[in-house]
Design a protein around this ligand. Structure first.
Ligand SMILES: Nc1ncnc2c1ncn2[C@@H]1O[C@H](COP(=O)(O)OP(=O)(O)OP(=O)(O)O)[C@@H](O)[C@H]1O
Ligand SMILES: [Mg+2]
Length: 213
C-alpha cells in the first residue's frame, strides 16, 4: 500500500502540538540516519500552497464544498508530487495532517455527508493509507489557549466556533483502526517525542523486521 517506505501522519485538533512534534521527529529521524520527506497539509507543492492561501484567508471565506475540494486538490497534488515518489524510493514520509483531517473538519465539523467526503478523500489520496497515524488528544480549549499564548495569527479555521472545534476534537477522540495510536497531547514536547519515536520504531520493526535506534 505504501510501497517500500513508511508513511507516518500526525493528526489532532488545533494547537495540539502536531507541528512541534513534526519538527522534533524529523530531527530525531535524521539523527537515526533516515532521510525523511517532511510535509504539512495543506501545502508542500506550488498548487497546494495556492490552495492553502485560498483556504486559510480569514478575509476571503469560501463555502464548505469549495473548502472540501480545495483541501482535496492540495492533497492530490502533494500525494502525486512528493508522497508517493518518496515512499517508492523507500523513504520515511512524515506528514503534518492527512485524510483524517478532512473527516474531522469537513465531515464532522462542517457536516458534509460521508457519502460525498469519504470517496472523494480516498481519490485525492490515491487510496494511500498511512502505516501509522499518531493522534494528539487535546481539548479544543487547551489547544486554542496554546495558540493564543504562542502568538499564532489565527487563520479562518482557527476562528471557527467553539461547537465546531468540539465536533472536530470529538471525532478525533473516537477514531480507532489499524495503525492508529492516540497520544496524550498534554505530555511535554520531550515526552511526546519519546512516545512517538517508540511507536515509529515499533511500526518500522513490524514492516522491515529491524529496529534502527
Ligand atoms: N507538548 C506541548 N506542551 C505544551 N505546549 C506545546 C506542546 N507542543 C506544542 N506546544 C505549543 O503549543 C502551540 C501550538 O503548537 P503547534 O503549533 O505545534 O500545534 P499544531 O497542532 O501544529 O497547531 P495548528 O493546528 O495551529 O497547526 C505552540 O505555541 C507550541 O509551542
Ligand atoms: Mg501546525
Amino acid at each position: 500500500m505504501t510501497g517500500a517506505g513508511l508513511f507516518v501522519v500526525l493528526e489532532g485538533p488545533e494547537g495540539s502540538g502536531k507541528s512541534t512534534l513534526a519538527t522534533a521527529l524529523a530531527e530525531r529521524m535524521r539523527q537515526a540516519g533516515m532521510d525523511p520527506v517532511v510535509v504539512r497539509e495543506p501545502g508542500g507543492t506550488r498548487a497546494a500552497e495556492l490552495a492553502r492561501n485560498a483556504l486559510l484567508d480569514p478575509d476571503h471565506p469560501v463555502g464548505p464544498v469549495s473548502e472540501l475540494f480545495f483541501y482535496l486538490a492540495a492533497r492530490a497534488d502533494l500525494v502525486q508530487t512528493l508522497i508517493l515518489p518518496g515512499l517508492a524510493a523507500g523513504r520515511v514520509v512524515l506528514s503534518d495532517r492527512f485524510t483524517l483531517s478532512t473527516e474531522a473538519y469537513q465531515m464532522a465539523g462542517r457536516g458534509l455527508p460521508p457519502e460525498v467526503v469519504l470517496p472523494a478523500n480516498r481519490a485525492a489520496a490515491a487510496g494511500l493509507v498511512p502505516n501509522l497515524t499518531l493522534i494528539l488528544d487535546l481539548s479544543p480549549e487547551a489547544g486554542q489557549a496554546r495558540q493564543l499564548a504562542g502568538g499564532k495569527r489565527l487563520d479562518r479555521l482557527d476562528r471557527e466556533s467553539g461547537e465546531f472545534h468540539r465536533r472536530v476534537a470529538d471525532y478525533y477522540l473516537a477514531v480507532r483502526g489499524d495503525g492508529v495510536r492516540h497520544l496524550d497531547g498534554q505530555l511535554s514536547p520531550d515526552r511526546l517525542l519519546q512516545v512517538a519515536w517508540s511507536e515509529i520504531l515499533r511500526m518500522a520493526a513490524d514492516r522491515f523486521g529491524a529496529v534502527t535506534s
